[in-house]
Design a protein around this ligand. Structure first.
Ligand code: AMP
Ligand code: ZN
Length: 480
C-alpha cells in the first residue's frame, strides 16, 4: 500500500526526530496535517526566513502532487518582546504595530509565488487556548506558578530534549537567564506564561494579568487546528532547540500522546559564505533585492535548486546561474511555440512519461529538488533535439506543455507568463473604479479587524494583477 491515493514511489523524509530517513505514513490515509512556524511580525522577512517558507511551500505542493490532501497551518507571532518593545516605543497598540508587517509578509509570499497556507492563526487571537493548555500542564504536575508567571518543569518530562538530543547536564542549576524568569525552581525550566509588566499588553489569566510565552503559542495553535497528534511540523534548524523541544515537552506532557510524527528542518541561508547580519551589511529583504534589479523568479529557482537540508549560499553569481537556467527553459518554450508538428503520432510521449516518473521519484526521496530539476533539464534537452531535427509529431506540443505544467505545479517557477510583469492576468477585467472599490472594502475590513475578509479581498486584487502597497498615508495600488 502506498501513502498517496495516486500510487507512485513511496514518500520518504529525513525525520529530525530520530535522525533517520523514514517512510511517510499519514495518520489518516490520503490526508496530511502540516504545521510550519511562521514569522514574528515586527520587521520585514529576510531572505533566510523566505528560504524556509519556500521550502515549506515546496513540501506542501509535493504532497499535493501525489494526491494527498494537505492542511497547512502557519502561525503569526504577534506578541513577543520585540513587538511589545515597538508598541511601547511608538505608543501604538500591538495590532497597529504588527498589521503592516503581516501585510508585508503576505506580499513577500506573493512575490515568491508561495501558495497561501489554509490558516494563519495569530497568537493574540488564541490566548484562551494557551491558558487552557497551561492549566492542563499544572494539573498534571508539569508546570508551576511563581509570582504570576508559570514555568514548565523540565525534570517532570523524562523525554525532554529528544528532538535535539541536547545534554542538559551542562546547564547550571541556579543560573538565572532573564530577570522576568526569576523565581524558577530550576534554571532549565522555561516560561509558559509571563506575569505582566507595567505598561505592557496583557491578558487576564488564573495567575493574574500576563501574556503567553513563545513556545506555548505554537503548541496551542497547532493542536487547535490540526489535532493533538498530527503528521508534519517544520521550521528552520534554529527552531530545533529550544523551540521545538519545548513544543514537544508541552504538548506530550499535556496530552500523553505523540505530538508530531515527522519533524523537518531547513538549513540556513547564508550570504557570500557568511551568516547574514545587519552589521555585515549582507542581510537582504526582497525589497533590497528588487532595488538591485534582481528577478525574484530567479530567487525562487535558486532556493529550489539547493536541497533543503544543505546550507544555501546566496551570492549574486549563483543568482546569475539561476537566471541562465531559466533562460534555457524559456527559450525552449519559445522554440516550441514556433515549431510545427509533423505527420505521425507523438514522438515525445515517452520522454514526457520519463519526466513525470523521475520528477516524482526525486521528490519522494526527501524532496530532492536538484534531481527533480535535473529531470526537467534532461527533458528540455530532448525536446530541443526533437525541435532541431524537425521531429515533432502530432500531439507533441501538448505533451511537452502538460508535462512541464505537471512539474511546475510543484516548482512554481517554470512558466514565464505567470511571472511576467505584464502577465496574462494583469488587470483582468477590473477597471479603476472597481479596483478602488475593492481597495476601500479591504481597508474597511482591516479597520474592523476582519482579517480573513481583508486577505480574501487582497487575493482578489492580486489575482487581477493589482499590486497593493500599504503606506503610512493609506493603501496605494498600481497595475502589475
Ligand atoms: P523568525 O521570524 O525569526 O521566527 O523566523 C521565521 C522562520 O525563518 C523560522 O522558521 C526560522 O527557523 C527561519 N530562519 C531564520 N533565519 C534563517 C536563515 N538564515 N535561513 C533560513 N531560515 C531561517
Ligand atoms: Zn513555532
Amino acid at each position: 500500500m502506498t501513502e498517496s491515493s495516486e500510487g507512485g514511489p513511496e514518500i520518504h523524509f529525513y525525520n529530525t526526530l530520530g535522525r533517520r530517513r523514514e517512510r511517510l505514513r499519514p495518520r489518516v490515509p490520503g490526508r496530511v496535517g502540516v504545521y510550519t512556524c511562521g514569522p514574528t511580525v515586527y520587521a520585514a522577512s529576510h531572505i533566510g526566513n523566505l528560504r524556509t517558507f519556500v521550502f515549506e511551500d515546496l513540501l506542501r505542493r509535493a504532497l499535493e502532487l501525489r494526491g494527498l490532501e494537505v492542511t497547512q497551518v502557519m502561525n503569526l507571532t504577534d506578541v513577543d518582546d520585540k513587538t511589545i518593545r515597538d508598541a511601547k516605543e511608538t505608543g501604538k497598540s500591538l495590532a497597529e504595530v504588527t498589521d503592516p508587517w503581516v501585510d508585508a509578509f503576505f506580499r513577500d509570499l506573493d512575490r515568491l509565488h508561495v501558495q497561501r497556507a489554509h490558516e494563519y492563526p495569530r497568537a493574540t487571537d488564541h490566548v484562551p487556548e494557551m491558558i487552557a493548555l497551561v492549566e492542563r500542564l499544572i494539573e498534571r504536575g508539569h508546570a508551576y506558578e511563581r509570582e504570576g508567571s508559570v514555568f514548565f518543569r523540565i525534570a517532570s518530562d523524562e523525554d525532554y530534549g529528544k528532538l535535539s538530543g541536547i545534554d542538559l547536564e551542562g546547564v547550571q542549576q541556579g543560573e538565572r537567564v532573564a530577570s522576568d524568569e526569576y523565581g524558577k525552581d530550576d534554571a532549565r525550566d522555561f516560561v509558559l506564561w509571563k506575569a505582566a509588566k507595567e505598561g505592557e499588553p496583557s491578558w487576564e489569566s488564573p495567575w493574574g494579568e500576563g501574556r503567553p510565552g513563545w513556545h506555548i503559542e505554537c503548541s496551542a495553535m497547532s493542536m487547535r487546528y490540526l489535532g493533538e497528534s498530527f503528521d508534519i511540523h517544520c521550521g528552520g534548524v534554529d527552531n530545533i532547540f529550544p523551540h521545538h523541544d519545548n513544543e514537544i515537552a508541552q504538548s506530550e506532557s499535556a496530552t500523553g500522546e505523540t505530538f508530531v510524527a515527522t519533524w523537518l528542518h531547513a538549513e540556513h541561508l547564508i550570504v557570500d559564505g557568511q551568516k547574514m547580519s545587519k552589521s555585515l551589511g549582507n542581510l537582504y529583504t526582497l525589497d533590497d533585492l528588487l532595488e538591485r534589479g534582481v528577478d525574484l523568479r530567479a530567487v525562487r529557482y535558486l532556493f529550489l535548486s539547493v536541497h533543503y537540508r544543505q546550507k544555501l549560499n546566496f551570492t549574486f553569481e549563483a543568482l546569475d546561474g539561476a537566471v541562465a537556467a531559466l533562460r534555457r527553459l524559456d527559450e525552449m518554450r519559445f522554440r516550441l511555440d514556433h515549431a510545427r508538428e509533423g505527420e505521425g503520432g507523438p514522438r515525445l510521449a515517452k520522454a514526457a512519461a520519463v519526466l513525470r516518473r523521475d520528477f516524482r521519484a526525486a521528490l519522494a526521496d526527501d524532496l530532492n529538488t536538484s534531481a527533480a530539476l535535473a529531470a526537467v533539464h534532461g527533458f528540455v534537452r530532448k525536446v530541443n533535439v526533437a525541435i532541431e531535427k524537425v521531429e515533432l509529431g502530432r500531439g507533441d506540443k501538448e505533451a511537452v506543455t502538460s508535462a512541464l505544467a505537471d512539474a511546475d505545479s510543484v516548482l512554481g517557477v517554470l512558466d514565464p507568463a505567470a511571472w511576467d510583469a505584464g502577465g496574462d492576468t494583469a488587470g483582468d477585467g477590473l477597471d479603476d473604479d472597481a479596483v478602488e472599490e475593492l481597495v476601500r472594502q479591504r481597508q474597511a475590513a482591516r479597520e474592523s479587524r476582519e482579517f480573513a475578509e481583508a486577505d480574501r479581498l487582497r487575493d482578489e486584487l492580486v489575482e487581477a494583477g493589482i499590486v497593493l502597497e500599504d503606506t503610512p498615508q493609506g493603501p496605494r495600488w498600481k497595475r502589475r
